[in-house]
Design a protein around this ligand. Structure first.
Ligand SMILES: Nc1nc2c(ncn2[C@@H]2O[C@H](COP(=O)(O)OP(=O)(O)OP(=O)(O)O)[C@@H](O)[C@H]2O)c(=O)[nH]1
Ligand SMILES: [Mg+2]
Length: 697
């Protein structure tokens, strides 16, 4: 919850776009991104002590749920100054469940600091983020972290990055020593060393230890080769044996990184603050400024425009919207328009965020990242402009939710409170969805991972004071028929007073799916007016009602064409009600004979796992009635594609985690409905019967 701090100091003027570096810190779960951001802030003098994730004292993991779980759950905005440049850092969560924030952050930066573990190397989310960055042509700097850990190996990870991410990854730093004997790093660009400060501030550059000479020589050459290859003039000088001055190399490197032609690989130990000086230099020298690499987000001819990439919903402070300035400068007390709602939005005070703390600034210039509190109807993804212009808000391709839980409040009467809380959480994270399943009537909470849904439940409790329970959702089965059948039903009540009379004959036929959708059709074939025009829609209505709960498992019936072929009416006793009942009964009778079958949703599943786990994962999918569609191995990881019934995969995330030791990842979406195999269908039908009988008792 950002609080205003340092209100006494005069507000800062806007920073020039040429002096800004916007960088998302991204990578797989738990590789040290938050620790690295902490170290960078500390090294740049923004904090006085190096916080730690375990103790819950970092700037960017400020939320109580993040601290309790010792992991990042949402993107966090920080900034620092280094060599007269302002670096905005967005620390993103590595867990697949919280990727909405990661993907949104990638829309507002020029560069990505891709962090990898020196032990694990390229992991599922590293590859996924790399792909996104490719699509958005973002500049990248790689940081191999955790080199102090056992079995960490910089050279192995470098090779993995070259193999699995891009062969244009090139070392720009080298570790001195390894594992617990790591004593420093070499900066190959400036040809100097930084020694292990073990949590203190790094001292100035040191001479490179003599013992490293050969290795340094080898990698310095590789680096120069890679850099000069991107610059013809430099290449000519290099080939003539000229000693290239560091500035010329740095400039060429910057150009190459900007053009996405080179990915420098740095290294260090975030928790000891080792490698941050060289990394900060590299970020300033390598990542292009917003002036150099503009945004692709549209803002028409607006003189002032911002793009909201993140919303923090807080029950007390209200909404905080984090934005990037597209056109500006944008100062406090400006009024902008949201073309999506046509509403005027007052910018009030423009803020700089440092984790949970905020600081008012006079104005933010083009390309800068900041925040504003209490906008009215703005949601993540909106572009605000100074006058109504038709702008197409940028499409952030959020991943689809893969799992759903049925949620119910523990206390009766809390339904509304639960829904309001979840709506607010959805504003923060668009991949967290609450919807009512029209078929089963359950409230379903869907998300990208079990963790994401569980965190939402925690937050409902702490922020909105609602306790809820999660259950596996019911599978939305459907029913249909396989053959034609006919039936006639006469509904007749003629005891005293006015009676009831309705009589209809119908034919049921299977109706083929159209665009994968099973439908319903009612065809009026009455000749000679045996049922008068006014009563025929009542027959249709009665049938529709009967179809809502099929006789097999109480699931809706679809894929049926009904022909109304004959009937009879009584000139006194007939009524709409009587024909509705007759229609409904005729349908039920015909349905029994039409070979009714149960249908289940089939999901298209994509699982990415380490090669070693492929056998186990395939075997497991087989036992879940899955059908393998293909396998794509890619350097150590294999992507398995399969079609699996939804009923079998409701609790897949736990299974996959235990089979792969947490290294597997999956996504899925609905494909089509298919007939449930007889032996499985039998069980479901019996289960429904039991439930119906229990309900009756
Ligand atoms: N030994 C060692 N441990 C580290 C290093 N960097 C981070 N850690 C530890 O690794 C764990 C994860 O670090 P985080 O900084 O939370 O990693 P993260 O990438 O931000 O994690 P998520 O945000 O959850 O994806 C913490 O316990 C850190 O203390 C490092 O360089 N060396
Ligand atoms: Mg983190």
């Amino acid at each position: 919850m950002p609080e205003a701090t340092e209100e006494d100091t005069p507000p800062m003027p806007a920073t020039e776009p040429t002096k800004i570096r916007n960088i998302a810190v991204a990578g797989h779960r738990g590789v040290g991104k938050t620790s690295l951001v902490e170290a960078l802030l500390f090294e740049a003098g923004k904090t006085n002590r190096l916080g730690s994730v375990e103790q819950g004292t970092t700037v960017s993991d400020w939320d109580e749920h993040e601290q309790r779980r010792a992991m990042s759950l949402s993107g966090s905005l920080c900034h620092l100054e280094w060599k007269d440049r302002k670096i905005n850092l967005v620390d993103t969560p590595g867990d697949a469940g919280f990727q909405a924030d990661t993907f949104a952050a990638l829309r507002v930066v020029e560069g990505v600091l891709v962090v990898m573990s020196g032990v694990m190397g390229v992991e599922v989310n590293t590859a996924r983020i790399w792909k996104r960055a490719d699509e958005q042509e973002l500049s990248r700097v790689v940081f191999v972290n955790m080199l102090d850990r056992e079995r960490a190996d910089f050279y192995r990870v470098l090779e993995a990055a070259r193999q699995q991410l891009s062969d244009r990854c090139v070392a720009i730093q080298l570790p001195i020593g390894s594992e617990h004997e790591l004593t420093g790093i070499v900066d190959l660009l400036h040809m100097c060393a930084y020694m292990d400060p073990s949590g203190g501030r790094e001292g100035g550059p040191q001479p490179i230890p003599d013992s490293m000479a050969d290795l340094v020589q080898e990698h310095r050459e590789k680096l120069l080769d890679a850099v000069v290859e991107t610059d013809e003039e430099l290449m000519a000088r290099y080939l003539e044996g000229e000693e290239l001055d560091p500035q010329a190399v740095a400039d060429a490197l910057k150009q190459a990184v900007t053009r996405d032609e080179l990915y420098p690989v740095a290294c260090g130990v975030a928790t000891k603050n080792l490698g941050t000086t060289a990394l900060l230099d590299l970020l300033v020298e390598g990542v292009p400024s917003p002036a150099k690499k503009g945004t692709t987000i549209e803002f028409g001819d607006a003189k002032q425009a911002v793009f909201v990439f993140k919303t923090i919903a807080d029950p007390f402070t209200g909404r905080i919207s984090c934005f990037r300035v597209l056109a500006g400068p944008v100062s406090g007390d400006t009024t902008l328009v949201d073309p999506r709602t046509h509403a005027k939005e007052r910018m009030g005070q423009v803020l700089l965020l440092q984790g949970k703390d905020s600081e008012p600034v006079e104005a933010l210039g083009i390309g800068d990242l900041g925040a504003v509190a209490k906008l009215k109807d703005v949601v993540t993804g909106d572009v605000l402009v100074d006058h109504e212009v038709a702008v197409e808000p940028p499409h952030i391709d959020f991943p689809e939710p893969v799992m759903s839980f049925a949620v119910t409040p523990k206390a009766k009467g809390d339904e509304e409170k639960m829904a309001t809380g979840l709506r607010r959480l959805h504003e923060e994270d668009p991949t967290l969805l609450l919807r009512r399943d029209p078929q089963t009537g359950e409230q379903l909470l869907s998300g990208l991972s079990q963790m994401q849904v569980e965190v939402a439940v925690d937050r409902l409790n702490t922020r909105f004071h609602v306790e809820v329970e999660l259950h596996p959702p019911r599978v939305p089965y459907k029913e249909t028929i396989r053959k034609e059948a006919r039936a006639r039903h006469r509904y007749k009540k003629q005891t005293g007073g006015r009676g009831q009379f309705g009589d209809c004959a119908i034919v049921l036929e299977p109706l083929p799916a159209e665009d994968g959708e099973l439908g319903y059709e009612f065809v009026d074939k009455i000749v000679g007016g045996v049922i008068s025009q006014g009563y025929r829609p009542a027959v249709d209505k009665g049938i529709r009602e009967a179809m809502e709960h099929g006789e097999l498992a109480g699931a809706p019936v679809q894929g049926v064409r009904v022909l109304l072929v004959d009937g009879m009416e009584h000139n006194v006793d007939s009524s709409e009600m009587a024909f509705k009942i007759a229609g409904s009964m005729a349908f039920k009778e015909a349905y029994q004979q039409a070979d009714p079958v149960l249908l289940e949703p089939i999901m298209e599943l994509e699982v990415t796992v380490p090669d070693d786990n492929v056998g186990a994962v395939n075997g497991d999918l087989n036992s879940r009635r899955g059908r393998l569609q293909g396998m794509e191995p890619a350097a150590g990881m294999t992507t398995i594609k399969a079609e699996v019934p939804m009923a079998e995969i409701l609790t897949y995330s736990q299974a996959l985690t235990s089979m792969t030791g947490g290294r597997g990842d999956y996504s899925m979406h609905f494909l089509r409905y298919e007939e449930v195999p007889t032996h499985v269908a039998q069980k479901i039908i019996e289960q429904t019967k039991r439930e119906r009988e229990e309900a009756k008792v």
